[in-house]
Design a protein around this ligand. Sequence first.
Ligand SMILES: *Cc1c(COP(=O)(O)O)cnc(C)c1O
Length: 421
Amino acid sequence: MQNEFVCPTLCRGGRGLMVEQVALEDVAARFGTPVYVYSRAALTAAFEAYRHALAGHRALVCCAVKANSNLGVLSVFARLGAGFDIVSVGELARVLAAGGRADHVVFSGVGKSREEMRQALRAGIRCFNVESASELARLNEVAGEEGRKAPVALRVNPNVDPKTHPYISTGLKNNKFGVAFGDAPALYRLAAQQPNLRVCGMACHIGSQMLDAAPVAESARMLLGLVDVLSKEGIRLEHIDLGGGLGIRYQDEHVPAVVQWLEPLLEVFKGRTEELVFEPGRSLTGNAGLLLTRVEYLKLGEEKNFAVVDAAMNDLIRPSLYDGWHQTVEVAASGEPSRAYDVVGPICESGDFLARARSLAVKEGDLLAVLSAGAYGMSMSSNYNSRPRVAEVLVDGKTAHLVRERETVESLYALERVLPL
Ligand SMILES: *Cc1c(COP(=O)(O)O)cnc(C)c1O
């Protein structure tokens, strides 16, 4: 039976919505609202779907830390033997603190500082995904200073259209990521001549929330063509990193299962010996998390009804930023009539909404769950309007673990100083 909800471990019980065996009402009573709630079983199932689909291939699945960087969440993946895709040494520190292995870490991003390179080299990460000629030169220098050889892959831009939202498409010519496909051979030759670099792979990441495997399979084909050209010149690459990007169901999107999504791609890799690396973010954590919020006020109007809740755009910015749509549901039956509501937060911006034009049966004080919020939710949150960041809870069977305390107001300005005069 297809679950009524996008999250596989969410269900309706006698006491309203439950994540695994924990009632959301109890989570709210114990930890307050707003609060992010994740499911260990859902995180595990999402990771295992990759492992299962890749059985029989040499492969490393590196969770994209930027999608959800909570230590509790990362520790679930670390225990499953995952690798991690980082974009800063802050994320590297999180991975290590969560029990992740440095030699399973790939480092992406266009702006790595010298200090970041140094720290990543000392930690012994698996690979730097280099995005420009200048970065290659800098990495060679820093590795020389450290007396180490830096493992590198070039992030190549296959210029394939992932057919997704323009803010989250990254593999086209006109954006800041990666090196142009045509420039890659010369850059590989240059890299191979540097004394402090060890060329080990090739990477790409073309977009996010992709629902169609064809653009990734096409990118893989192009990358392998390049790999073969380089191999004839004696530059042998050990792994191909195809990035992340598999979408999730937010609304009624038809999302292929991981095994289906990977099928055309694995077809391209038939008979190849390179290790496969993936960097999924959203597809691992997105539907394993929700944002639990309480209705503060109902404002019924002639044109529109508003449900003013205690969560806001600073907690979950996807609706405001990307027009992200999140299924928003009542935690318990209220007996109220259904009305169309915009679900909005207390922030002083008209763009502060979590959901618009939703049919909800709620009264003031009721709980709402904003689903599919496990990726790019908390990790993109801010303190705008001096709002403390919310708590995070990881449910494991019957137990709800607090994996991040709610911030205090004092902590928000603890680093600030009043002028002495
Ligand atoms: C954001 C990002 C990912 C993860 O993307 P998802 O769409 O969340 O799977 C992977 N690799 C790189 C380089 C990224 O920037």
